[in-house]
Ligand binder design. Structure first.
Ligand SMILES: CC(C)(COP(=O)(O)OP(=O)(O)OC[C@H]1O[C@@H](n2cnc3c(N)ncnc32)[C@H](O)[C@@H]1O)[C@@H](O)C(=O)NCCC(=O)NCCS
Ligand SMILES: Nc1ncnc2c1ncn2[C@@H]1O[C@H](COP(=O)(O)OP(=O)(O)OP(=O)(O)O)[C@@H](O)[C@H]1O
Length: 291
C-alpha cells in the first residue's frame, strides 16, 4: 500500500470510550493549581505520587475501560452478570495500576467511578445525556457484587468512625457531586468567560464544598474536611479561580490543606468523572472517530 493512501483506522465505540476515560484522568491530573493534589506544579500533600506516575497509571487503565465497555455491550442490560463482570475487570485494572505504580494507589476511586460511567455509556450509546448515564451507573452500583472482597479500606474505616458516605454511596446516588455541583459550575464559569482551566478548577471547588471526601477524612479528620469545604466555598464566593481574590483564596486553601496533609483525592476523581460526562453529554465526543 502506498503511504499516501494510509487512512487512520477508525476507533470502535469501546476504544473511543476508553480514550475519553483516560483523557479525563489526564486532564484532571494536569489541571493546575489544584489544592493539595498532584498537578503540574508538584505533588501537593502526597509524598508517594507525582504527575508522571498519574499519567502512567491513567494510560495503564485504557484496556480495563475498554473491557468494561465491551462487557456492557455483551451483557446488554443492567444486571448482576454485568455488575460482577465489571467488578472482576475493575479489580484486574487495580492490579495493573498497582503494578504500574509500584504499589501506590493512584486511581482506585477513579477506576470505580469512571468504570461505572463507561459501562453505563456503552449500554445505550444513543442516550448519553448526563442524567441518563448517571442513572444507569447508579443502578449498576446498587447491585451487590458477590465476589467483591470487603477489605477494611480507608473509606471503610472513616465510614465506621464518622458515618461518612464514600465512593460507593456517591455512585449509588447517581453522582450528585457531579450532577448537582460540578457540571452546573463548569457551565456557569464557561458562560462567564472564565476560560476552560478556570472553569474546571471552579468545578473541582464546587465538588469540594459539599463532598464527604474519605481521603481527607482519613488523613485529616473532620477538621480537614471542614477546612476543605469552607475554603472551597470561600474561593467561589470570591469570584472563583479566574478572579484575583479567588486566586488568593485558592492559594490559601492549598497551603492550609497541605499543612493538614489533607488531599481531596475523592473530589479529584469526581472532577475526572465530570469531565468525562461533560464530553459525552454534549454529544461531540462519543461518536467522533468511532463506529
Ligand atoms: C467502591 C470502591 C471505590 C471502594 O471504596 P472504599 O471507600 O471502601 O475504598 P477506599 O478508601 O480505597 O476509597 C476509594 C477512593 O474513592 C475516592 N473517594 C473518596 N471519597 C469519595 C466520595 N465521597 N465520593 C467519591 N469518591 C470518593 C477516593 O479516591 C478514594 O481513594 C472500590 O475500590 C471498589 O469496591 N472496588 C472493587 C472493584 C469493583 O467493583 N469495581 C467495579 C468497577 S466499575
Ligand atoms: N491529582 C490527584 N492527586 C492526588 N490524588 C488523586 C488525584 N486524582 C485522583 N486522586 C485520587 O486520590 C486517591 C489517592 O489518595 P490517597 O493517597 O489518600 O489514597 P489512599 O490509598 O487512601 O491513602 P494513602 O496513599 O495515604 O495510603 C486515589 O484513589 C485517586 O483516585
Amino acid at each position: 500500500m502506498h503511504a499516501f493512501n494510509l487512512q487512520p483506522k477508525p476507533l470502535t465505540l469501546t476504544e473511543r470510550l476508553a480514550d475519553l476515560a483516560v483523557d479525563a484522568l489526564i486532564d484532571e491530573a494536569d489541571l493546575s493549581p489544584k489544592p493539595a493534589l498532584v498537578d503540574r506544579r508538584g505533588n501537593g500533600a502526597h509524598i508517594d505520587l507525582h504527575l508522571n506516575l498519574m499519567h502512567a497509571s491513567a494510560l495503564s487503565l485504557w484496556p480495563a475501560f475498554k473491557a468494561m465497555a465491551e462487557a456492557a455491550i455483551e451483557f446488554g442490560e443492567v444486571g448482576l452478570p454485568l455488575r460482577e463482570a465489571l467488578g472482576r475487570i475493575g479489580r484486574d485494572g487495580e492490579q495493573t495500576m498497582l503494578a504500574t505504580t509500584n504499589g501506590v494507589n493512584t486511581h482506585r476511586g477513579a477506576i470505580w467511578a469512571l468504570g461505572l460511567l463507561v459501562a453505563a455509556a456503552a449500554l445505550e450509546c444513543t442516550n448519553t445525556k448526563a442524567s441518563a448515564v448517571t442513572l444507569r451507573a447508579a443502578r449498576l452500583a446498587l447491585l451487590d457484587d458477590r465476589y467483591a472482597p470487603r477489605p477494611l479500606s480507608h473509606g471503610a474505616q472513616v465510614a465506621q468512625r464518622y458515618g461518612a458516605r464514600g465512593a460507593r454511596e456517591e455512585a449509588q446516588l447517581g453522582f450528585p457531586a457531579v450532577i448537582q455541583r460540578a457540571l452546573p459550575q463548569l457551565k456557569l464559569s464557561r458562560a462567564a468567560g472564565h476560560g476552560e482551566q478556570n472553569a474546571r478548577l471552579d468545578a473541582l471547588l464546587a465538588i469540594m464544598t459539599h463532598l464527604s471526601d474519605t481521603c481527607v477524612l482519613y488523613r485529616a479528620g473532620e477538621q480537614g474536611l471542614q477546612t476543605m469545604q469552607l475554603g472551597a466555598q470561600a474561593v467561589l464566593d470570591a469570584g472563583g479561580s479566574a478572579s484575583l481574590t479567588g486566586r488568593r483564596r485558592l492559594h490559601e486553601l492549598d497551603q492550609q490543606l497541605i499543612a493538614l496533609n489533607a488531599s481531596p483525592g475523592g473530589a479529584a476523581d469526581l472532577l475526572a468523572a465530570c469531565l468525562f460526562i461533560d464530553r459525552i453529554d454534549s454529544g461531540d465526543g462519543i461518536f467522533q472517530g468511532a463506529f
